[in-house]
Write a protein that binds this ligand. Sequence first.
Ligand code: FAD
Ligand code: MG
Length: 557
Amino acid sequence: MDTESSVSGSSSCDNNGKEHVTVHWFRHGLRLHDNPALLEGLKDCREFYPIFILDGHVAGVSTAAFPRMQFLFETLTDLDNNLKQFGTRLYFLRGDPVEVFEHLFEEWGVTRLTFEQDPEPIWQDRDIKVKDLCQSRGVECIEKVSHTLWDPHRIIEENGGHPPLTFAAFNQVAEIVGLPDKPVPNPDFQGIALPFIADHDQKYGIPSLSSLGVEPESKEQASPCCRYLGGETKALKLLLSRLENEKRAFALDLSLPNQLYPDLVGMPMSLSPHLRFGSLSIRKLYWALRCSYAQIHPNSPIPASITSQLVWREYFYCMSVNNPKYNCMEGNPICLKINWYNDEEKFKCWKEGRTGFPWIDACMRQLVQEGWIHHVCRHAVSCFLTRGDLWIDWQKGLEVFDRYLLDADWSVCAGSWMWVSSSAFEKILQCPRCICPVRYGRRMDPSGSYIRRYVPELKDMPMMYLCEPWKAPLKVQEEANCVIGVDYPAPMVDHKKAAQECKEKMERIKNLCKGVPHVAPTNETEVLSYMWLGKNQDEGMQASLHSTCSHLSSISL
Ligand code: FAD
Ligand code: MG
């Protein structure tokens, strides 16, 4: 493109003293609000180009199935629409970033490149190459931290050069580093030329998913029961309704209502897909939660519990930042090497929601169809696949989560799988909490509406048999139009036996590992916090918490 001759758009710029032609490179951080790198790019800027480069990897596309790709492309479209309001467009490009930049630097006369830090080690190589190119071409390169609350490298530095090994230690170091930065103001494009060409859509428009060969895998995936919509505009609206929910909880002296009373069939309230792509700023959420609490309790100190879930995310990021093998068992210094089974047939039953345990199958089917499942569901299915029942490699489970979850985060997902499978983060392999797929299901889905929605074969099964339909007398099965072994599978394992065997295997590993340093939780409170079983509830809540814990610990049913 000949920029001079084909450019149109805002011409109201005063070039006096403004020297820079800036490209802002969106990767994660797909938003205009709280975007410090973008703001930096607008300083002394004469001409501004916002771009996205599809290189086959960016924002985790190499492993994403249809739902996450759909979410990403909605997010990009929303970004393009929001930029339109300022008189510019998103430039969608394809190819290897270094090659794309070699070309753009010349074509547009770029003098400055800005982007948000992508802290995970899988992006290092790409970013180093682009920074080197900038240096060789005399292009100023500005990278700013805003995907995480703290710069993970700063936490590591403060901790003496290695990541804090426990969540408590992480919190201590974070306290020394200080509260996270507050969100920066929205961008102001006044007086900056925002060139775009008349045939922008042909040259730089966002392509359709089908033109990229990305299609739904099933009719359920094409039109799911619940769907998260991508984009900053949706994220900011969702944040507002989420804050109202949090405020109601704060007024009752509760926090995390979404977690204490999981609503598995209600409208999606989760912000994690937006945090994952950066269509919502983590710092905006952090400060909004604090501010909401202060509105409700103006005279109280702000408890750490109201933002502790966000800090778990930071902890996993920080643990992974210098560990490129963080998502593997081999070569990963914090992960125990466990001799998992390799059973493709059983793995397939789990993945496809055909285990014969309706609660597990409902969770897995929702995951594949919609791309999102609640934390309690994630816990249940990951425990079942690994140390709870099937003794199958956590890396196989991670692959499935990484493909389907809208919020699949390289660091958080691998960290969570290592935790649940007792491969890391688990205190000396005591593994006291093994989830019973029958009792936990009954507890989390007391009305049965979740299971009936995702396992429609069982929609007429009476509640008393819904979580263990194989126990229903044949007559009841026939009346419910669901004969076990014909219309819905028999349970693939005897849970009581399988859980006992897994427990014995873990015991043996524990004895072998004595003295081996192992990343572990500091105490019981930390385990409960990770499992979303908080401790600041009223008496009624305490009672249900205890029974939840006791049935979690039960492997004997
Ligand atoms: P909220 O209650 O709104 O919490 C706010 C935010 O805090 C979340 O959006 C998330 O960013 C963060 N958060 C909450 N809980 C945790 C946690 N235990 N660990 C780390 N961060 C947390 N979360 C992801 O964001 N990406 C993943 O890939 C992911 N994989 C997981 C895999 C397994 C096996 C398990 C057990 C958990 C995983 N989680 C993952 C953590 C957690 O389940 C989700 O963050 C949560 O369900 C998101 O729901 P929410 O937005 O309503 O959470
Ligand atoms: Mg959330």
